[in-house]
Design a protein around this ligand. Structure first.
Ligand SMILES: [Zn+2]
Length: 266
């Protein structure tokens, strides 16, 4: 039995949201197809495909992470020319078009292979959980009118928990907390943790205090992402809990505060 409150609550909210926003007619499904078609051609046309003939080492790394996480559906990997360490995932809801995972050249230039597998794992996590599909239909239904308060709350919490869930896949992709921490260091601050000789546990200790400070202030992040400190805290809990009961009790406050303050960021 899974006792991880992030997984339970996220799944629960996804079901409720899907009930509310799922497509009711062919026009809506057609809208998704058009979005995928243009999204696919547009992204593909402006990004560098990660293929055996363009970036062989990176291609094999992407495939290795995909196999590690048991992702069998169609997905293409692409590189975009941005300096920040970042990635993205466009989830396809139909077989006609593959999903797209892209990563920045900044990520590839800055990260080690192991750290890159953290980024790829995170984006594959979004693909596994089909996060983009719910968002697509939510926006289709509520973009003009705005969502009722309760639904908007569900959607905010769902998106924030989806990031923590994707981070769990990132951890599963590399299997090493220290690598996840050095990745986070580079993603957030753009620097190598070794440069300042900071041991990972020292960073974790300070991070714990920062999380508490945010909760005391009633702040949890933007409407799409929890603060990095909260993400790092969740990652640490995933990686160091000895059993599912311990994981549940340590993770519960994070889910509680995300739910409590999600309305503040609407
Ligand atoms: Zn994400």
């Amino acid at each position: 039995m899974n006792l991880n409150p992030v997984i339970i609550q996220r799944k629960n909210l996804r079901l409720k949201l899907w009930d509310d926003v799922r497509p009711m007619n062919d026009e809506q499904v057609k809208a998704e197809l058009i979005y995928m078609k243009y999204g696919f051609f547009d992204e593909s046309g402006f990004n560098l495909p990660i293929e055996p003939d363009t970036t062989p080492k990176l291609f094999h790394l992407c495939q290795a992470v995909r196999e590690r996480l048991n992702v069998h559906e169609k997905v293409v990997f692409q590189l975009d020319n941005r300096v920040r360490v970042q990635g993205g995932c466009i989830v396809s809801g139909n077989d006609q078009y593959p999903s797209i995972i892209h990563m920045s050249s900044g990520a590839v230039n800055t990260l080690s292979e192991d750290e890159l597998s953290v980024l790829i794992g995170h984006e594959l996590g979004h693909l596994i959980n089909k996060d983009g599909i719910v968002s697509f239909y939510f926006n289709l239904k509520y973009k003009k009118s705005g969502a009722p308060k309760k639904i908007a709350h569900w959607f905010n919490v769902y998106r924030l928990l989806s990031e923590l869930e994707a981070d769990r896949y990132a951890y599963l992709a590399c299997g090493d907390l220290d690598t996840c921490i050095s990745y986070e260091y580079k993603r957030i601050g753009g620097i190598d943790i070794k440069k300042f000789g900071v041991p990972a546990n020292q960073f974790i200790e300070g991070n714990h205090k920062r999380v508490q400070m945010f909760f005391d202030r009633g702040q949890i992040g933007s409407n799409t992402h929890p603060y990095d400190a909260i993400r790092t805290e969740a990652l640490h809990i995933f990686a160091t809990s000895k059993n599912s009961h311990e994981l549940s009790s340590r993770m519960y406050p994070l889910v509680y505060y995300i739910d409590k303050y999600a309305n503040e960021i609407i």
